[in-house]
Design a protein around this ligand. Structure first.
Ligand code: FAD
Length: 298
């Protein structure tokens, strides 16, 4: 963690909420469903797909988990009403995984029953096995419109990819700070494992959501796609709202599918602080990016 990252994280709770809102407004659609609808419509008009994430705070009882599932059903109603090109991304802990895996499974099942694709985000490594198990359970019971996420930073990931042949998988580097016994901590090692996992997934007939803003990895992925060769409907790139917009625009202009991750919800402030504190590198990016916009040419 660089000194700047550490400093940013330390001062965060003291930063006025209005300032955090201004900084995070680029990365979060807003606090209401109407905000997400508007942002997704704008993305669609620019030729981009979306996946909507309802921001929730940590849940402590089954009712809260069901309330989050209910919020997703409202999102799906809105997507259908507006005819949007979007699906949803869910976090199993928000749907009750740590209270009772069966509760989380029932909640995902109810969300998937609406027919749209449901991406199950991957959280920290303490939940990896339970997440993959729940995903497999749903597939076994015939729920086909669900997909999972693999994190290239974890050493287990190539083996997980081999076991997921034919699945719909988002591949990302991984946002959580993990112990070095189980995770690559070196930047180049994570990149190398990303490429290795991507090849494994593509060779296993997976539909891959190539989730990265790393220019180098995007170039590697384009090469892998060209070498096979895959048609544009056989994979997609994915990016977070407000990040590397120019690179995303280039991919769309070149005819690739691009899906943007659109978080929204009343808990935007807690979410922003928690995500920033979980991984100070993100705070560093945002601080750097904000400085660049305040001081052009820096
Ligand atoms: C669509 C999508 C879904 C994701 N889902 C998950 C998930 O389910 N589980 C999980 O653990 N992680 C998830 N992530 C996060 C991911 O694991 C990485 O932490 C994140 O994408 C940064 O890695 P990178 O590949 O972009 O490369 P990096 O080398 O970290 O970033 C490349 C460049 O992109 C910019 N950048 C990257 N991230 C940000 C940011 N947040 N704010 C501002 N600028 C940024 C910076 O300019 C940076 O130099 C997801 C990412 C995306 C794009």
């Amino acid at each position: 963690m660089s000194l700047i990252d550490k400093a940013v994280v330390r001062v965060l709770p003291a930063v006025p909420k209005a300032v955090v809102r201004r900084i995070s407004s680029r990365y979060i659609a807003g606090s209401e469903l109407a905000d997400a609808r508007r942002v997704v419509a704008e993305l669609n008009a620019a030729g981009k797909l979306a996946t909507v994430d309802v921001l929730g705070e940590e849940i402590v009882n089954p009712e809260e988990a069901r309330a989050i599932a209910g919020a997703y059903l409202e999102v799906l109603d809105a997507i259908d009403e507006d005819g949007l090109e979007a699906n949803v991304s869910v976090k199993l802990t928000a749907l009750g995984l740590l209270l009772d895996p069966e509760l989380a499974r029932a909640n995902v099942r109810a969300i998937a029953a609406r027919g749209r694709f449901v991406r199950i985000d991957m959280e920290d490594s303490s939940t990896t096995d339970a997440t993959l198990e729940l995903y497999r359970g749903l597939r076994t019971e015939g729920v086909d419109n669900v997909g999972v996420v693999l994190q290239a930073m974890l050493k287990r990931t190539v083996a997980d990819a081999e076991a997921l042949a034919g699945a719909n998988v988002r591949l990302c580097k991984g946002i959580y700070l993990e112990p070095e016994e189980i995770a690559f901590t070196d930047f180049d090692a994570v990149r190398a494992n990303y490429v290795r996992t991507l090849r494994t997934l593509l060779d296993g007939g997976c539909y891959v959501g190539i989730a990265t803003h790393d220019d180098w990895l995007v170039e590697q992925a384009l090469r892998e796609v060209r070498e096979r060769p895959l048609r544009p409907e056989q994979y997609e790139f994915q990016m977070l709202l407000g990040v590397q917009t120019a690179l995303g625009d280039r991919l769309v202009a070149e005819g690739h599918r691009l899906r943007i991750y659109v978080p929204f919800g009343r808990h935007w402030y807690e979410y922003s602080l928690r995500r920033l504190q979980e991984n100070p590198k993100v705070a560093g990016y945002i601080a750097g990016d904000t400085l660049r916009r305040l001081v052009p040419g820096r």
